[in-house]
Each structure stands twice: as C-alpha cells, then as structure tokens.
Design a binder for this molecule. Sequence first.
Ligand code: ATP
Length: 305
Amino acid sequence: MSSITLRSPAKLNLVLDVLAKRMDGFHELRTIFERIDLCDRITLTSRRDGAIKVVCGHPQVPKGPKNLAVKAAKQLQADFGIKQGVTIAIDKKIPVAAGLAGGSSNAAAVLMGLNRLWRLRLSQKQLVEYASRAGSDVAFFIYNASYALGEGRGEKIRVLPIRVKLWHVLVTAKFKMYTKEVFNHLNCPMSPLPNPCTVWCRGNDNSSQLTNKKDNVNILLPYLRKNMPQSIGSALANDLESAILSLRPDFKRLKNKLSNAGACGVCFSGSGPSVFALARSKQHAGQIKARFDRRYAQVFVVSTL
Ligand code: ATP
C-alpha cells in the first residue's frame, strides 16, 4: 500500500461553555461536539525521500510545519524512526479558520491514515494521545462518533451514544476570526474556580460580573437524546458569542436573518465566524437556505455524520 484516501469531516459545537482561564493560558471548556458531513478529502502517498509535504490549492492552508497535519505526521515519523516521508494532498471543502476545526480534523485523518500506511499498529488510545498533543479539537475526530462531550481544552472526550440525525444550514461569513483573538476578548477568572458552576463574564457595558452559569450541556442533552429539534434549538449555547459579537457586531444581523428564516435555533460554532441554524428536516433546511442571501457568505446544508 503506497497511497490512502480519507474523509476528514468538520464539527459543530451545539454547546460551548467556557468555565475558566487556566494557568497554562488555555480555557477550561465543556462542549458538545457534533460531527457533520461537510468533509475535506485527504490523500496520503508514501515518499522515499523522507520529506513531509502538503499539496493544497487553498491559499490560507499552511504548507509547512504550521499545518496541523504536518505536525502530527512529523511526530509519528520521529517517534517510530520512519524513513519514509509522505505527501499530504488536501482537497479543502471546510472553510478555514471558521470554528469548524478543519485543521484539527485533517490532523486526525493523517494520524489514522499513517497508522495504516506506515503499519504502526497504534491503538485508539495511543492515537488519542498523539491527537491531544497536536491540538485541542483533534481527539474528537479519532473516535468514530457523531456526538461527544469534550472537556479540558476540548481534548478529553466522552463519546455520547446518540444516533439522532440533525439538519442544519451552516453560514460561514467570508472574513476570518482567529480563535486566540476571540478568547482574548473573554474576561475569565484564573482556575481553579471557587465553584465550577460560576464564571466571570464580561457584561455588555464591559464590566466584569460574576454570574451563576447555567449547565448548558445537561440542559441540551435530554432534548438531543429524544430528538426534539425545537427544544434543541432553544438550548443551543456558545459562551464565546459575546466576544465574537464585540469583535464583529454585524454578526448579530446574520444570526437574526437565520432566526427570521424559520430556524428552530441559531448558534455560533466554536470561535466563529460560522453560524448554524437548526432545521426540523432536510426539506426545512433547504427552505431556510433558499431564503438566505449568499452574497457575503458560504451557505451549506449539512447533517450529522
Ligand atoms: P481552531 O482549531 O483554531 O478553532 P478553526 O476550526 O477555526 O480553528 P481551522 O480551519 O482549523 O479553523 O484553521 C485555524 C488555523 O489553522 C488557520 O488559520 C490555518 O492557518 C491553520 N491550519 C493549520 N493546519 C491547517 C489545515 N490542515 N487546514 C486548515 N487550516 C490549518
């Protein structure tokens, strides 16, 4: 075997609770990941010269060591003394720097693909360890799961045995938002928290206020298990929303447009700028999409994978 092709899916965050800022600079999160059928395609081809190269036509995808897929491949190559190299061809369909974890998913696909191509025989647990080192969202994609609870930086994964298929309209505005910048606009206390359900939030008037945090994960989960779109829609939540809107106040209009188009609920994914609407069915998603203006954004109908 000298070549292998893999699908590399995107994710949405149905809930994203930010609990605290940690001493290492990362934030402590609780999130519900949903894997969706918007996918990049990755082809790995062995090389005799030992080099790790990226081929990708997308101008915003790094071709060198900053690419998370390269980082993951280099780690495996070094740890197992592999003499071969690999060409990583990425057919990019997932919008870049959009809160959809395209780079993380590519890294997971490369870990799983090289495990086969280089015959490393790594267990899922070992792959998860490599994934956690490569980036916060990588581990989720190692599990063959539609839904999972993510904790820590998002790398501590508990698969949720839920078989429900949701339909969404996903709108990605054509300007980028960088995760670090969005988190920098949050005002959280340093961990450990006096009470894990308490979090500092920045109020609209920019003052810091201590609020009692809702357990958004456990509010949403029963509705998800019972496949109740209207209730799921009202329970979608993202603590980064205020930071995203403080950077881009015009996104409020984007959210309102989707709500007014008849969605069950509307939410940002990750650190944005992707916004998704929850629909009742594929047909309903098609109707919302048809009403949506595509001039300044990419619009997709996606479902749970
Ligand atoms: P984050 O994981 O930071 O929340 P995201 O989901 O918003 O990211 P990505 O598409 O993963 O968005 O891109 C984030 C950044 O990672 C981009 O600015 C890009 O330069 C870099 N990056 C590294 N590797 C990749 C890759 N394989 N595909 C896309 N972007 C990548």
